[in-house]
Design a protein around this ligand. Sequence first.
Ligand code: SAM
Length: 405
Amino acid sequence: MPAPRECSLTEFLDLLRESLARDACWGVVLSQPCRGGTFADCPSKLTVRPIELSGSRCFQLAERRGKQEFHQNLAADELLIRITSEFGERFEQADLFTPDADYSARVIRQGVARVTCRKPSKSAPALTHDRGKQYLIPEGRPCPFLAEIGVMTPSGQVKAAKQAKFRQVNRFLEFVDDVLPELPPNRLIRVIDFGCGKSYLTFAMHYLLTKLRGREVEIIGLDLKAEVVADCQRIAEKLDCRGLRFEVGDIAGYAAVGPVDLSVSLHACDTATDAALAQAVRWKAKVILAVPCCQHEVFGLLTDDSLPGLLRHGILKERFAALATDALRAALLEAISYRTQVVEFIDLEHTPKNLLLRAIRSDQPLANVFERYEQLKQQLGLRDFALERLLQTELVALARNRGHV
Ligand SMILES: C[S@@+](CC[C@H](N)C(=O)[O-])C[C@H]1O[C@@H](n2cnc3c(N)ncnc32)[C@H](O)[C@@H]1O
């Protein structure tokens, strides 16, 4: 390892310029805020990594302030300007990572740094940019509802603690956008969000459908909690979200609106999901999106004799019961003419409640679906479960049409 040497800050910045010019800047870190500086709001660290956005390379700069981290995407020339203005002014330490070497520069006096050169420690960066990938709401673009609910700053930076929520919002919007062709093309789209809670996803849907897709909507967010509903309504009015309103009510038995085109229930606990699915089926909603949560009912119905080796372990029984519940829901929705898929909502890393039921009403009856549902119930040793009980009338009518009653 060569001995540390003294060089001007300009010389170090030339190294950075040269590495940027040949796409060989694999990272930069500025640390050690200058002591006694006049910058009370000085961030404690800047970390830069190369990313790819819309097919071209740029750099994501993460600025740490206290417990929060703010992100910004910069082109190479903007990065050089930023580092030039920060190194020696706000930070005493700069580390540059390249394929040839790691350079570590420490300011020792005005305009001069001691530079150490070591073997390269970083491997080639994966240039994917999870936040900036073709997200429907990209980071860096101000989005009023995300700012209002504290996910973004008003200038469009996603707060570090809200990154997972930001990804979840975007992931959900992808599902909604995918089913848009199934929804009425020439008229107002009616949507209900059952158990909307703080309504991140309800506001997101409104933003997607109205602002990004130019559709007229009537969206209702329904929840049991009056306070939460009042808060959401206040935000909807403040942001002038036309066609979006919130109501207090119980999913079970909710019938205050007419039929809806899209029914959403995200993380509605246990059989509240079944109540939401049943209501959507009764309305003949064209699309149902449901992310179930805490499926307890079937856990209590499974007997150990069906799969003794598996069900005698409590934790396995719990997980199996959750999967069985969603399999039953999917099979029953198919039996009732919904083409249904069970897909991953968001990586398990973010939430264990990560399955989404995506059901689209078919105009034609689907083949063999009733038999499949009955077979699944039989395999699980179940007589019925909540969704079946809730849809008794519809199932009897179906059976009658099929000549079974
Ligand atoms: C875990 S939160 C999910 C909130 C939101 N959908 C989301 O995914 O971010 C579940 C919400 O469902 C509401 N909820 C549960 N059972 C309900 C019912 N029977 N009727 C209406 N809302 C219900 C709760 O009050 C709570 O706000």
